[in-house]
Design a protein around this ligand. Structure first.
Ligand SMILES: CC(C)(COP(=O)(O)OP(=O)(O)OC[C@H]1O[C@@H](n2cnc3c(N)ncnc32)[C@H](O)[C@@H]1OP(=O)(O)O)[C@@H](O)C(=O)NCCC(=O)NCCS
Length: 415
């Protein structure tokens, strides 16, 4: 369905060359217009959430009022903390997040109202309430997973009602004293919050919610899509790949060495993580915004891992063009996002997609509110199947080891 417009997405639209616009505003425009937190300049999650929901730029007072409201709803219920604490620390943090979000539907007002027999015209209001409650609780849930897996036995602080969502999240993670990291996460979480609806996670939330599943279980399903290496897991893959490169080549790597390493990756049949995109056909403006953030901080500029990201950017597009497969040889947001976290000491890269999951909730959940307000229908695309001779041909091409005999038996069994 590439290029086929088949989905209404109220909050944002992605242009292959210009990148994302949120209600018509580009990322640099959002950076100019959307309020930051007191003492900071990066966009807060609340400002972005307000824009996505209403199409309007909030005032500083409105953004703070929303922050306070979310902070007041931010504590996790006991049943959720008990559930998360009972999960094995070896379970991937994304699986834990998906389980935790699904379990919060215990308190879904949408589900309760549906059981009471609410009108279709009321769906959006209960979807809004569930969505805001879920967004409010995500920092406590995501931070609890981090603490259980990586810092067991350390006490989690309470939610601070005077802090914004990301201020609280960083604090709960145990990095509240690092102002730069908090600012970085504000920027990352707000500009990464929505990327129109066709991406696998937002689309999953949209599809599942179209069955009138409540926002919690809809977003839990979205997180399972986000956990795939071609989507959200790419940020952890980038860091793993960059660290492997550093280990093999040592410090002071030259661009020629990086070129050879890129070819080695491609020839081994792997993708270069952090490069390419389903829609974008130029460098991702989110990548550029994060690079600009790095350029304003001397410690980041001097960081070996950030320098490697920059050097890779100098040569990777050329190598990928010469390789000739990918339609977009330029970096996406993940080419740098995890490396900045690593520099700031948040080195547990299996956790990075969880931060993405906290961010993407902003866009995916606000769109559920719009979908229910507009009465969008159950999504159910029509399918077509191949005549069996074509199916034989394409399957044997895909998997030459499958013999025709086996295939025929398979098809017979199916029919
Ligand atoms: C993002 C991504 C999944 C988009 O996939 P897509 O829309 O199918 O991309 P394309 O249409 O350009 O793919 C065409 C071919 O180029 C390959 N390709 C795309 N990006 C590539 C990359 N970064 N490195 C190597 N090959 C790549 C694809 O695997 C595909 O090969 P195939 O025909 O053998 O299957 C893909 O670019 C990718 O795997 N990138 C690396 C992972 C990543 O950074 N993900 C985060 C996305 S925000």
């Amino acid at each position: 369905m590439r290029g086929l417009k088949a989905m209404l997405w109220e909050a944002s639209v992605l242009d292959p060359y210009e990148g994302i616009r949120f209600h018509g505003l580009s990322i640099p425009e959002c950076q100019k217009l959307l309020p930051g937190a007191p003492g900071g300049s990066a966009i807060t999650a609340e400002s972005m959430l307000w824009l996505l929901l209403t199409g309007k730029v909030p005032t500083e007072a409105e953004s703070r009022q929303l922050a306070r409201e979310l902070a007041e709803k931010g504590e996790l219920p006991v049943y959720a903390t008990q559930l998360i604490d009972s999960l094995p620390a070896t379970l991937h943090p994304m699986t834990q997040l998906s389980i935790g979000v699904a379990a919060l539907n215990h308190d879904s007002v949408f589900q309760a109202a549906y059981e009471r027999g609410m009108q279709k015209s009321e769906y959006w209001a209960y979807t809004l309430e569930d969505s805001l409650n879920l967004i409010a609780r995500l920092p406590a849930l995501a931070a609890r997973i981090y603490r259980n897996v990586y810092k067991p036995g350390t006490a989690l602080p309470d939610i601070n009602k005077d802090l914004d969502l990301v201020g609280n999240y960083t604090n709960l993670l145990g990095y509240g004293a690092n102002h730069d990291l908090t600012e970085y996460l504000r920027l990352y979480i707000s500009i990464h919050g929505d990327h129109e609806g066709g991406n696998a996670s937002a689309h999953t939330a949209h599809l599942v919610n179209s069955t009138l599943s409540d926002p919690y279980i809809s977003y839990s399903a979205a997180l399972c899509a986000l956990a795939g290496p071609l989507h959200g897991l790419a940020n952890q893959e980038v860091l793993r790949w960059q660290l492997e490169m550093q280990k093999e080549l040592g410090d002071n790597i030259t661009t020629d060495q990086i070129k050879d390493y890129l070819w080695k990756t491609l020839k081994s049949g792997r993708v270069v993580p952090g490069y390419g995109h389903g829609v974008l056909r130029k460098s991702d403006p989110r990548f550029i915004a994060l690079q600009e953030f790095c350029d304003t901080r001397p410690d980041l500029l001097a960081s070996p891992i950030i320098q490697m990201v920059k050097k890779t950017y100098e040569v990777a597009p050329g190598v990928l063009m010469e390789h000739g497969k990918t339609k977009n040889p330029y970096p996406n947001v993940d080419a740098t996002s995890g490396c900045v976290l690593y520099h700031y000491g948040l080195t547990e890269f299996k956790y990075y997609t969880v931060i993405f999951g906290v961010s993407r909730a902003l866009g995916a959940l606000t769109q559920l509110v719009w979908a229910r307000a507009l009465g969008l229908p159950l999504e159910r695309p029509k399918c077509k199947n191949l005549p069996s001779t074509h199916a034989h041909g394409s399957l044997t091409r895909l998997h030459p080891a499958i013999s025709m005999d086996v295939l025929e038996k398979l098809i017979e069994t199916q029919s």
